[in-house]
Design a protein around this ligand. Structure first.
Ligand code: FES
Ligand SMILES: [Fe+2]
Length: 369
C-alpha cells in the first residue's frame, strides 16, 4: 500500500479566488443547492439498527421532503411520507407497524407503500387503489448505512460509493465487518459549504489541531497527499514514527491492520475518516437546515472486537479534533455573514477545496445564476 501520488508541482501554484462570500449566507443559493445538488445525490440517512424487524419504520426529512423508511418482508423501502389523498404526513416518528395509517382521513398503506384501505371507499366510483401508492424512492444499503435519493434516475449507489469502498479495502477497512458503536449529532452554526471545505484541507491542521498534528505527519504539504477524482476526493497521512517504537505513547491504540489515517469525501455531503489501528470508520455527514446552520452526524463503525476502553480512547481523540473544527467553522460563518470581505483565496494545499468550489459553481450555473 502506498501513499497517494500527488506530484509536488501540483502543490505549487497561483492563488485561486474563492466564490463570492454571499454564497455562504444567501437563501436563494441554498434553494438552488437543494434543487441542483441535494435532490440529485445519494443522501446518508443513518443506520439499519432500528430497521431490523419487519414492520420497523422511521421518518426523516430529505431536503424539503418527508420520507419514511420501512422494513418489509422484502427488505428496506424509502417512501415519500406524504399521503396520496391530501398530503398529510402518513407516518410519525418511528416504531413498528404492519400498516401505516394516515392520521387525517385514515387512508392506510402497507410497508411497501401500496394503498390498502380508504374509509367509505365502496362509495367511490372507479377507485383503483393501485393508482395511489406512496411514492417510492431509490434506497440502498452499504454495510449498516442506509442511503436514499430524491431523484428516481440516480445512478446506482455502488457507482458512487464503490471507489471509496475499494480504497478503504486497500487500507484494511472492510465496512461490512464493522458495527455501529456511537452516534453524535450536532447543529453547527455554519453554512454546509464551510463544513465541507473545512474537511477538505489540512492546511489548517498544524495551527488548529495540536493533538492531531502531534500524532500525524500533517505539518507539511508532503505529509498530507491528496487526490481529486471529480466527485470523490481522498487524502492520506501516516502516524509519526515514534509510535512504532513506542506504541504506548500513542493517544489511542494505533496497533492493528489499518496503518494510515485516510480522509475521504464523496460529493456533496458525505465524508469518512479511518485511523491507524483496529478496524474503524468514522462517518461524517452534514446537511443544511438554513444558510447559516448545518446538522452534522458522526457515526462510529468499529471492529466488534474493539474493547470499550479502546473505543473510548479513539472517540475521545477524534472528538477533540471534531470540536476544534466546529469552532473554526463557526468563526468562519461569523466572518462571512456581514459580507465585509467579498471573496477569499485558496492556496495550492487547498486543491480539494478548489475542486469542491468548482462542483458548487457548476451546480449554481445550471440554475442560471
Ligand atoms: S390526507 Fe391522508 S387520508 Fe386524507
Ligand atoms: Fe480540521
Amino acid at each position: 500500500m502506498t501513499l497517494l501520488n500527488v506530484a509536488d508541482e501540483a502543490r505549487r501554484g497561483e492563488l485561486v479566488p474563492s466564490f463570492p462570500v454571499s454564497w455562504y449566507t444567501d437563501p436563494e443559493i441554498l434553494e438552488i443547492e437543494r434543487r441542483e445538488i441535494f435532490a440529485k445525490t445519494w443522501q446518508y440517512l443513518g443506520t439499519t439498527e432500528s430497521l431490523t424487524r419487519t414492520g420497523d419504520y422511521l421518518t426523516v426529512t430529505v431536503g424539503d421532503v418527508p420520507v419514511v423508511v420501512t422494513r418489509s418482508a422484502e427488505g428496506i423501502n424509502a417512501l415519500v411520507n406524504v399521503c396520496r389523498h391530501r398530503f398529510h404526513e402518513v407516518a410519525q416518528g418511528s416504531g413498528n407497524a404492519r400498516r401505516l395509517a394516515c392520521p387525517y382521513h385514515a387512508w392506510s398503506y402497507d410497508l411497501e407503500g401500496n394503498l390498502c384501505n380508504a374509509p367509505r371507499e365502496t362509495r367511490f366510483e372507479n377507485f383503483d387503489k393501485s393508482q395511489f401508492p406512496l411514492v417510492k424512492l431509490p434506497v440502498a444499503v452499504w454495510g449498516q448505512m442506509v442511503f436514499v435519493c430524491l431523484d428516481q434516475d440516480v445512478a446506482p449507489l455502488q457507482d458512487w460509493i464503490g471507489r471509496l469502498q475499494d480504497v478503504l479495502i486497500d487500507v484494511g477497512v472492510d465496512v461490512t465487518k464493522l458495527v455501529h458503536r456511537k452516534r453524535t449529532e450536532m447543529t453547527i452554526k455554519g453554512n454546509w459549504k464551510v463544513v465541507a471545505e473545512n474537511f477538505l484541507e489540512c492546511y489548517h491542521c498544524a495551527p488548529a489541531h495540536p493533538s492531531y498534528t502531534k500524532a500525524f505527519d500533517v505539518a507539511t504539504s508532503e505529509g498530507y497527499p491528496f487526490e481529486v477524482n471529480q466527485d470523490w476526493m481522498t487524502a492520506r497521512t501516516l502516524p509519526r514514527d515514534v509510535f512504532k517504537q513506542e506504541p504506548d505513547k500513542a493517544p489511542y491504540n494505533m496497533v492493528g491492520p489499518v496503518e494510515v489515517n485516510q480522509n475521504d469525501y464523496l460529493w456533496p455531503n458525505f465524508a469518512t475518516w479511518t485511523f491507524p489501528g483496529e478496524g474503524n470508520l468514522l462517518v461524517y455527514s452534514f446537511t443544511p437546515v438554513s444558510p447559516g446552520e448545518t446538522v452534522a452526524h458522526f457515526d462510529y463503525f468499529l471492529d466488534p472486537a474493539m474493547t470499550d476502553d479502546a473505543a473510548e480512547k479513539l472517540t475521545e481523540f477524534v472528538d477533540e479534533v471534531g470540536w476544534e473544527d466546529v469552532r473554526l467553522i463557526e468563526s468562519v460563518q461569523r466572518g462571512v455573514v456581514g459580507n465585509a470581505v467579498p471573496t477569499g483565496v485558496l492556496v495550492p494545499d487547498e486543491g480539494q477545496v478548489v475542486a469542491f468550489q468548482k462542483l458548487v459553481r457548476d451546480a449554481v450555473a445550471r440554475a442560471g445564476r
